[in-house]
Design a protein. Structure first.
Length: 274
């Protein structure tokens, strides 16, 4: 029986994965901010006869302190983690800063994934074939990293924030693999493509219309989770791999530059220490 931890596991791709592995007989821990969705997840698990294998941990993962609390909870209650699946993301048309002083998209889409991956690494290392699957944006060319303004104080744009988050996660995977050459935990960056499960966020009217149009042409979530399931069931041999709609990407691309990855890792640790 595997133990999966899924951030953003009460909706979309995360929810579909949680249900799939509960049906298989595995143990699933989902993390999400909405208590009602958490109750629905647990009720669905009961209906599947999997109530004893389903766990909901409520948390606002845009806060560093909440990530640290959740990491502590998981470490206290689970001896090992086979797969950590990072799905939590929330689009904002207008800039918002968390109570800890970080821009919300940066905090939820990047910092949380940094904290959970590093914070649960020792539990992952205890599993037979451990893997972290970061559902982000490898292969997406749009956007850039604003190295001197990661919080996007100057000229915030919702799409720009989202695309920057994807590029930061590319480098997160690179840094993780560089630091863990002796680790058995594999790191997989995956962009499954648009799925017809909704697109969580707070939108201005123009963005809302665009998202609605995107969802018209999105693939069913059952198709979207196929490459993620493959990575969990049979982790790649390489320490780091990246996939765009099932196609493996060349890690020599500039999006996976090792020096940029080291730079971001050092900057992230400095921000967290501060």
């Amino acid at each position: 029986m595997k133990t999966l931890v899924v951030s953003g596991g009460t909706s979309g791709i995360g929810e579909a994965l949680a249900h799939k592995y509960l049906k298989r007989g595995d143990q699933v821990v989902v993390i999400g901010p909405n208590a009602e969705k958490g109750r629905k997840f647990l009720a669905t698990a009961e209906g599947l006869g999997a109530g004893g294998r389903a766990f909901f941990l409520p948390a606002n993962l845009s806060l560093v302190g909440e990530n640290e609390r959740i990491i502590g909870d998981i470490r206290e209650n689970f001896p090992a983690v086979d797969a950590l699946v990072l799905c939590a993301r929330f689009f904002r048309s207008h800039r918002r800063v968390t109570s800890e002083g970080f821009e919300h998209n940066f905090a939820l889409y990047y910092l949380s994934r940094f904290l959970l991956g590093h914070g649960l690494l020792d539990l992952l290392e205890k599993a037979p074939e451990p893997v972290i699957v970061n559902v982000a944006g490898p292969g997406v060319e749009a956007g850039q990293i604003h190295w001197d303004d990661l919080g996007l104080k100057a000229g915030y744009d919702g799409w720009g924030a989202m695309f920057q988050g994807g590029k930061l996660n590319n480098l997160l995977g690179v840094a993780f693999s560089l630091q863990g050459r002796d680790h058995r935990t594999r790191y997989v960056l995956d962009f499954p493509g648009g799925t017809a499960t909704g697109f969580a966020g707070e939108f201005d009217p123009a963005t809302a219309a665009h998202v609605k149009e995107m969802l018209r042409f999105a693939k069913p979530v059952e198709a979207g989770i196929v490459p993620i399931v493959a990575a969990i069931d049979s982790p790649p041999a390489e320490p780091l791999s990246a996939f765009f709609e099932g196609r493996r990407l060349d890690l020599r691309h500039h999006s996976f530059d090792p020096e940029d990855a080291r730079r971001l890792d050092a900057l992230t640790r400095k921000l967290l220490a501060g």
